[in-house]
Design a protein around this ligand. Structure first.
Ligand SMILES: Nc1ncnc2c1ncn2[C@@H]1O[C@H](COP(=O)(O)OP(=O)(O)OP(=O)(O)O)[C@@H](O)[C@H]1O
Ligand SMILES: [Mg+2]
Length: 579
């Protein structure tokens, strides 16, 4: 139960429906546990033992106790189910939302280390499992124990008021025995449940990966390989599901076996003790009414284990610390000038494997700084430290003399515009995608930004112009068009610091020229970090940092470096040869 303490807030939010559900559950349990055996014990004999001496109206009156009891039972069952359902979906909604919110603020490094399909499956399938469990607990968790207590109470009352005390007690003794199969099965189920949820994550993972790599699948002829990989994952899930079914489905027959034994024994002893039929039937009914909740609570126990397994998987994300967060006492910053200083910055993605080694460098405001170096040298990592996508392990990074760690994340990131190598657009119109740069921009400002990025002309030539849908991730636009939309977005943002991961993919010469021209406009007056692949960009930069194996091997202007640094010379010559 202590496990559930952090989740009390979810229950508090649905106090109303839960209270209503519990209220109906108690009525239901009481009518089932007491009223039904009482009908057999008192109502039937009242009519049959009168041997025809009752007036019709009295018979009808007595008989009406039956529909009244079942009306009460049915009505309260309905009320209970309805309100638990309501509470269940509300809790699910809140839990899913919290999970989603958490994914928005977790460090990128956390997300990059997980398969997105697995995170998806946790957010959808595991929350749904938890909802199912909670609904069932709320449904049967009260109803069944009350019914059990009611029936036990009825039996004990009979034991003290009837001549068949011994028989009743004997019958009662069989009740605890039915708990053994429940415990055995429960233990077996828990082990398999977490395995099953993980396999479900695996399937979702493969599914989403496959859809995002549709082109590669066709290009490399992977259709068969992908299908058999998927079949294997499905088979894994089925195996786990069947292992759960093997135990869970055995529960009901096992309990029924034990209870039929109890009933048979009761019958034998009742015969020798001279117990009357109506008492015997009432005892048997009450016994049956006892077994029923135990059976259901056994199922509940299994479901709870599955719920706990799902909760474990959700907590894996929910309890992950948000290591990159606002400081407790942030330094208030408005628009920064853009003086960057790295002071002995070391960074590692994995512990003890640093990819940046104690880097110190200054990039003053308004500088266009090109980052060059071999693949894997740490250029992108270096640039990603500026908006604090990752956190330096030692040393610090300051902007205008203020440590980025001391600023609010929102303040810091408002000052940084980013155009990545493969920009992602949202599945929306071009206009709305542009607007993401600055949500309060006017129509005129959006169009001006598009003009500056040499995107306006191609946009208006589309049949729906700015209202064109770009498709998922922007797939309906060409690579060059997407880049220009992303540049326009950066224009609109108009942040003092600009980070550009230059595209390496070959664009057609028109797009290439347009993008180069757009870039020239965009960089004016800003501190720019540009991960440069084109020699024209490299030449135009006022400062060049040469990265090699996580260190800055040299820095300076093109003229200074070309003669002095052999690594730079070879990189530059190779770039130029490529063009
Ligand atoms: N998310 C990550 N998790 C773990 N290691 C990473 C991650 N991203 C990059 N690395 C590693 O960090 C090192 C530096 O990578 P980085 O992306 O900064 O190189 P780069 O200079 O930008 O290379 P390129 O020119 O190919 O883009 C590489 O060895 C890379 O394998
Ligand atoms: Mg890179």
């Amino acid at each position: 139960m202590r496990r559930l303490r952090p989740y009390l807030k979810y229950f508090k939010a649905v106090r109303g429906p839960i209270s209503a559900a519990i209220f109906y559950a108690i009525i239901f349990g009481a009518t089932s546990g007491i009223a039904v055996p009482s009908l057999i014990k008192y109502v039937f004999p009242a009519i049959f033992n009168a041997s025809g001496s009752l007036a019709l109206s009295t018979v009808i009156l007595i008989a009406s106790a039956i529909p009244i009891a079942f009306l009460l039972r049915g009505f309260s069952s309905y009320g209970n189910s309805y309100y638990t359902q309501l509470a269940g979906v509300r809790i699910l909604e809140a839990l899913r939302l919290d999970y989603f919110r958490k994914l928005q603020v977790l460090p990128l490094s956390f997300l990059q280390n997980k398969a997105s399909g697995d995170l998806l499956s946790r957010g959808l399938a595991d929350t749904a499992q938890l909802q199912f469990t909670l609904t069932l607990i709320a449904n049967d968790g009260v109803k069944q124990p009350v019914q059990l207590l009611g029936a036990l109470g009825f039996l004990i009352y009979q034991a003290f008021t009837q001549q068949g005390t011994f028989v009743v007690l004997l019958a009662l003794a069989s009740v605890p025995l039915t708990v053994f199969p429940v415990r055995y099965v429960g233990r077996k189920v828990l082990k398999r449940a977490s395995q099953m949820q993980a396999q479900l994550g695996n399937i979702t993972g493969q599914f989403s990966e496959n859809l995002s790599a549709a082109r590669e699948v066709r290009a490399f002829g992977l259709e068969e390989r992908e299908s058999s990989r998927f079949a294997l994952a499905c088979r894994g899930l089925i195996t786990s599901q069947m292992k759960i079914a093997k135990y869970a489905q055995a529960l009901t027959p096992a309990i029924e076996m034990v209870s039929s034994l109890g009933i048979a024994l009761t019958l034998v002893f009742a015969y020798y003790r001279g117990v009357q039929l109506e008492t015997f039937l009432a005892i048997i009914t009450a016994l049956y009414v006892c077994y029923e909740p135990i059976k259901k609570m056994g199922g509940l126990n299994n479901e709870m284990k599955r719920g706990l397994a799902a909760l474990d998987r959700l907590e894996f994300v929910l309890n992950e610390p948000v290591t990159i967060a606002d400081p407790a006492v942030p330094v208030s910053v408005g628009r920064l000038r853009g003086d960057l200083a790295f002071e002995g910055v070391t960074f590692a993605y994995k512990a003890n494997e640093p990819v940046l080694h104690s880097i110190s460098t200054k990039i003053s405001a308004g500088t266009v700084c090109a980052l060059v170096g071999p693949s894997g040298a740490g250029k992108s990592t270096f640039a990603n430290l500026v908006p604090r996508f990752y956190e330096a392990i030692t040393g610090r990074l300051t902007i205008d003399g203020i440590a980025v760690r001391a600023m609010r994340l929102a303040d810091l990131r408002r000052n940084v515009a980013l155009v990545s190598q493969d920009p992602v657009l949202f599945n929306d119109t071009i206009y709305n995608n542009l607007l993401l740069g600055r949500m309060d921009a006017t129509r005129a400002e959006v169009e001006q930004a598009a003009r500056d990025a040499y995107a306006h002309d191609f946009i208006v030539s589309l049949p729906k112009g700015y209202d064109t849908q770009v498709g998922e991730r922007g797939v309906l636009l060409s690579g060059g068009q997407k880049q220009r939309v992303a540049l326009a977005r950066a224009f609109l943002r108009n942040a003092p610091i600009l980070i550009l991961d230059e595209a390496t993919s070959a664009l057609d010469s028109d797009s290439e020229a347009a993008i180069q021209a757009a870039l020239k406009k965009l960089v004016v007056g800003k501190t720019v970090l540009i991960i440069a692949h084109r020699f024209s960009t490299i030449r135009d930069a006022s400062l060049i940092l040469v990265f090699d194996k996580g260190e800055i091997a040299a820095s300076g202007s093109h003229e200074q470096l070309y003669g002095a640094n052999p690594l730079y010379k070879s990189l530059y010559d190779r770039q130029r040869a490529g063009h």
